[in-house]
Ligand binder design. Structure first.
Ligand code: GLU
Length: 445
């Protein structure tokens, strides 16, 4: 019989100084422990021990020259965590906070997220501690080329297929793919999130944000509510927040905040015009990592050095980075009457925040369910690349919507509580885990 505390203590001992990885493992174990203890083939095949140990963690040196001609050295990683369901799949993060432990947590979450999509994808994640702030376009290109020069040895369309994440958008994917083609002379689906001009899928840029809103619509339907007129707080201002703002606005909600490391924007009228929403892309492209210019451009309020969770809203959607919403933020949101929380960032809520929302009966969709739309459309991009054709936007969007509806229904099925409420965290963990565990049992060791 497994017991969460002793199992997690052992994981913590073997992974020193990797608190986010231990946090993610703890949450999954708490949800699946009963299933594991009830299923002899899981214990017999040591599924818990094996699923918490990556297949491999690759670390490499990235050397590149800055605009002054000085040599720069960064560290690159790829965590290939589990390929029971398909090739390793997951994004690349370029951010100064990137560490091996952080990427292990993200790759671990990715296993279950990818499983929930129902598509044949294993879990992986990679990236570098590269800081793009203040870097020129040419420096970003040289760094991306150098990164791919090392990473390419470990990739392949049926082996490992990275995509974007924080700090890696369409521009970086272009440079990475260009270097792949230069080195390998292969035009294959080895990265997703490519431009539609050279093999990318329509709707991929919007997919994570759109998917989170489709998931939110299902959660509200479940409660007999609709999105129409709901006030939404978003954090972040990157690709995910952009897609979420587009779709939420289209469906009649009012997005009132975005945020950056410098503080948050409160636009009570709503970030609701094409001009305002597209402005997020300008902010991102400036490489300055600040949202304050939005306030000057559109006459909204800028609140320096604070998080948007103090604004009174119906729905909160963290879209920035892990652990960006903590216990006291959760209390402030609850006090202001928040009805639903959707993690569009990976593990956007701390364990304390998750507990606080649960105790208050506020439904919380975990990232591995709610933000699966991005990787789901990546899976569809892989299919289109394999078939060497391109589906129309409506077809991709319809498939995305149907995948998000299925994930929601799966979470409800596995997360229904005796009182009738839904524990989305538990539902997502159990459903995501079981598909991978069953595959691992079938495949032997
Ligand atoms: N980085 C995204 C995620 O966290 C997308 C990964 C992908 O498309 O492979 O799921």
């Amino acid at each position: 019989m497994y017991e969460v505390r002793s199992f997690v203590e052992d994981v913590a001992r073997r992974n020193p100084a990797q608190p986010e990885f231990v946090q993610a493992v703890t949450e999954v174990c708490e949800s699946v422990i009963d299933v594991v203890n009830r299923t002899p083939s899981y214990g017999g095949n040591k599924i818990l021990e094996r699923i918490t140990e990556p297949d491999r963690v690759i670390s490499f040196r990235v050397e590149w020259e800055d605009d002054r001609g000085e040599l720069q050295v960064n560290r690159g990683y790829r965590v290939q965590f589990n390929n029971a369901l398909g090739p390793y799949k997951g994004g690349l993060r370029f951010h100064p906070s990137v560490t091996a432990g952080g990427l292990k947590f993200l790759a671990f979450e990715q296993i279950f997220k990818n499983s929930l999509t129902g598509l044949p994808m294993g879990g992986g994640k990679g990236g570098s501690d590269f800081n793009a702030r203040g870097r020129s376009e040419r420096e970003i290109r040289r760094f991306s080329n150098a990164f791919m020069t090392e990473l390419q040895r470990y990739l392949g369309p049926d082996t490992d297929v990275p995509a974007g994440d924080i700090g890696v958008g369409g521009r970086e994917i272009g440079y990475l793919y260009g270097q792949w083609k230069r080195l390998r002379s292969e035009h294959t689906g080895v990265l997703t999130g490519k431009s539609r001009l050279w093999g990318g899928s329509l709707v991929r840029p919007e997919a994570t944000g759109f998917g989170a809103i489709y998931f939110l619509v299902e959660m509200l339907n479940e409660r007999g509510e609709s999105l129409e007129g709901k006030r939404i707080a978003l954090s972040g201002f990157g690709n995910v927040a952009w897609g979420a703002a587009l779709k939420a606005t289209e469906l009649g909600a009012r997005v009132v905040t975005i945020s950056g490391p410098d503080g948050y924007i409160h636009d009570a009228d709503g970030i609701n015009t094409d001009e305002k929403i597209e402005y997020m892309l300008d902010l991102r492209a400036s490489n300055n990592d600040v949202v304050e210019p939005y306030a000057r451009e559109f006459g909204a309020t800028f609140v320096p050095r604070r998080k948007p969770w103090e604004v009174s809203v119906d729905v909160a959607i963290p879209c920035a980075i892990q652990n960006e919403l903590d216990g006291s933020d959760a209390k402030a949101l609850i006090k202001n009457g928040v009805g639903v929380v959707v993690e569009a960032s990976n593990m956007g809520c701390t364990a304390d925040a998750v507990e606080t929302f649960a105790a208050a009966g506020v439904p919380l969709a975990p990232g591995k369910a709610a933000n699966a739309g991005g990787v789901a459309v990546s899976g569809l991009e892989m299919s289109q690349n394999a078939m060497k054709l391109s589906w129309p936007a409506e077809e991709v969007d319809a498939k995305l919507q149907s995948i998000m509806q299925t994930i929601h229904a799966t979470c409800v099925r596995h997360g229904r509580m005796p009182g009738g409420g839904i524990d989305y965290v538990r539902g997502a963990n159990i459903a995501g885990f079981r598909r991978v565990a069953d595959a691992m049992v079938d495949l032997g060791y």
